[in-house]
Design a protein around this ligand. Structure first.
Ligand SMILES: Nc1nc2c(ncn2[C@@H]2O[C@H](COP(=O)(O)OP(=O)(O)OP(=O)(O)O)[C@@H](O)[C@H]2O)c(=O)[nH]1
Ligand SMILES: [Mg+2]
Length: 274
């Protein structure tokens, strides 16, 4: 995938063969794979240094973004998940329910197409789509450039929908106030166990598509337990972005983050449950 976050580093991958009988290799092959030196070559070292530089550069750009967000009283949220967990659906519901109650802007990240940006624009919200091409994550500089196009007004909320990927976006700080990891019940309850970096770096975990719980094998308590192993402080909200169940908890969470902007005005949008 990308050469910047290290996911293409052969040295960083660990291969474990499970369930295979152990056997001793024939003596003549025993050292066959030890022909090359163990030290990384100069080329590899340069690549690792370059990647470290890229992350340092990203951290500086994220700091710059955060400074401007803070100065303007803006709240930036970085929505991360695997593809199809429901990021855009949740944003559509949120933007429609909160319309006129606080100013929102959206930055959309996808490899290709403006499909998500078109969906967001249909709600009446201003949106910029970033197509990352071969890239598998947004970085802080992309967000910075998108912000210059959006020019959001002070005291607004900027939702950033990251590229669907539970791995690489974890490494790239965008300058956001909070990172929101979304998993859906169709993905399996072991995702936080298998992709811990994302949950370790997120403050909120939304468990989406709970309307499908009767039909899938997903143990909510176990998923939470796995996420807490990565991050004991992580919060959870269970919801269905399509039926609206649980959305009030998400709106309350937003309210607490954005004091003074909504002031309970949205209470009643989904008055059937809190
Ligand atoms: N049943 C059910 N389906 C949902 C829910 N939320 C989203 N979906 C469906 O899941 C599919 C993917 O939703 P999206 O919102 O496009 O997911 P996404 O995370 O934005 O996807 P990418 O941008 O491709 O990563 C769509 O068919 C949605 O209608 C939900 O709460 N329940
Ligand atoms: Mg989307």
């Amino acid at each position: 995938m990308c050469a910047t976050c290290g996911c293409d580093q052969p040295g960083s991958a660990v291969f474990t063969k499970v369930g295979e009988p152990h056997f001793k290799p024939l003596a003549q092959f025993e050292n066959a794979h030890h022909q090359h030196p163990h030290d990384p070559t100069d080329r590899q070292k340069r690549k690792i240094e370059l990647e470290r530089d890229v992350l340092n550069k990203n951290n500086l750009a994220a700091k710059h973004n955060r400074f401007h967000f803070d100065q303007a009283g803006m709240i930036a949220l970085n929505l991360v998940s695997s593809p199809g967990s429901g990021k855009t659906t949740l944003l559509e519901a949120t933007l429609s329910a909160t319309k006129g109650q606080f100013h929102s802007y959206v930055i959309e990240g996808d490899q290709q197409t403006t499909r998500d940006a078109d969906r967001i624009a249909a709600t009446g919200c201003e949106v910029v789509q970033i197509n990352t091409g071969k890239g598998c994550h947004l970085d802080a500089d992309m967000v910075h450039r998108a912000l210059h196009q959006l020019n959001p007004q002070p005291n607004s909320v900027v939702f950033i929908e990251n590229v669907g990927n539970l791995v690489c976006p974890a490494m790239f700080d965008l300058g956001e106030k909070k990172r929101v990891a979304i998993i859906s019940v169709t993905e399996g309850d072991d995702k936080p166990l298998k992709y811990p970096d994302m949950f370790e770096s997120s403050q909120l975990c939304i468990i989406n598509k709970i309307d499908l719980l009767p039909y899938v094998n997903f143990n909510v308590a176990l998923a939470k337990q796995y996420a807490r192993m990565a991050n004991p402080d992580i919060e959870f909200i269970e919801l269905s972005a399509t039926t609206g169940k649980g959305l009030n908890r998400w709106y309350k969470w937003l309210d607490e983050l954005v004091p003074g902007t909504r002031q309970n005005q949205v209470a009643g949008v989904f008055a059937d449950e809190v």
